[in-house]
Design a protein around this ligand. Structure first.
Ligand SMILES: Cc1cc2nc3c(=O)[nH]c(=O)nc-3n(C[C@H](O)[C@H](O)[C@H](O)COP(=O)(O)O)c2cc1C
Length: 207
């Protein structure tokens, strides 16, 4: 059944989970807050946007420094993410309250959240009218890094090997080719030596 969604809740259809942590610094003051409204904007140079409400300490620090980092939290940081999204750095030092460690970034002054799994270092573009009108900050990504246990070779590794294998099979089928048998699965094939019998993979008999 398809149900109507109140327009005031329409954004939730897009933002159904992934939340970033925005870290910032101005002078000696640092802060970290949760932001779900962060979006890629361009490839080259890479750009992102993030909505930062005018009531937040983060907004004050980002406006002063014209920099911020987007940190991608793993699932185990769910509670801390909710915490830094519910309390203002004006009231407490959220780093210590939520057990987060700051580590230096490579290209910006804002610290990175060490417990995260990916980091985007961002410098604001000169879009101050947009910032004031929409609380929307447009930034260039000047450095990016990730934990290679979960991101390498240009892709995330979510333990989705079965899905990726099925996709590969589908693509081969569409190209009119049969998928090779999985390694270790016996199949009947003809070896290049001409010997036809059950072998692990066609072309791999011992002759
Ligand atoms: C899951 C989640 C997502 C949030 N997303 C945003 C967001 O995209 N933009 C924003 O301005 N505030 C967002 N918030 C609220 C801020 O994180 C919150 O106002 C925070 O306390 C501000 O902290 P600060 O005053 O230390 O900067 C979010 C909060 C939560 C819990």
């Amino acid at each position: 059944m398809r149900v109507d969604v109140p327009l005031a809740k329409a954004y939730l259809l897009l933002n159904h989970g992934p939340v970033t942590l925005v870290s910032s610094r101005a002078g000696l003051r640092t802060d970290v807050m949760a932001a779900a409204w962060a979006t890629p904007l361009d490839f080259d140079p890479p750009k992102v946007t993030v909505v930062i409400d005018r009531s937040t300490l983060t907004r004050e620090l980002v406006e002063a420094s014209r920099e911020f980092a987007l940190n991608i939290p793993p699932r185990r940081l769910a509670d801390a993410t909710l915490g830094v999204g519910s309390v203002s750095g004006r009231q407490s030092d959220k780093w210590s309250e939520f057990g987060l460690a700051a580590m230096p970034a490579s290209r910006i002054g804002a610290p990175l959240v060490a417990e995260c799994i990916a980091w985007l270092e961002c410098r604001l573009l000169d879009e101050q009218a947009v910032e004031q009108r929409h609380d929307l900050f447009v930034a260039e990504v000047v450095a990016a890094s990730a934990d290679d246990r979960v991101f390498s070779g240009g892709r995330w590794h979510f333990g989705d090997a079965p899905l990726r294998r099925r996709r590969a099979v589908l693509l081969r089928r569409r190209a009119g080719r049969r998928p090779p048998p999985r390694q270790g699965v016996r199949a009947t094939g003809r070896c290049t030596c001409g010997w036809s019998r059950a072998i692990s993979l066609p072309g791999t008999c011992a002759h």
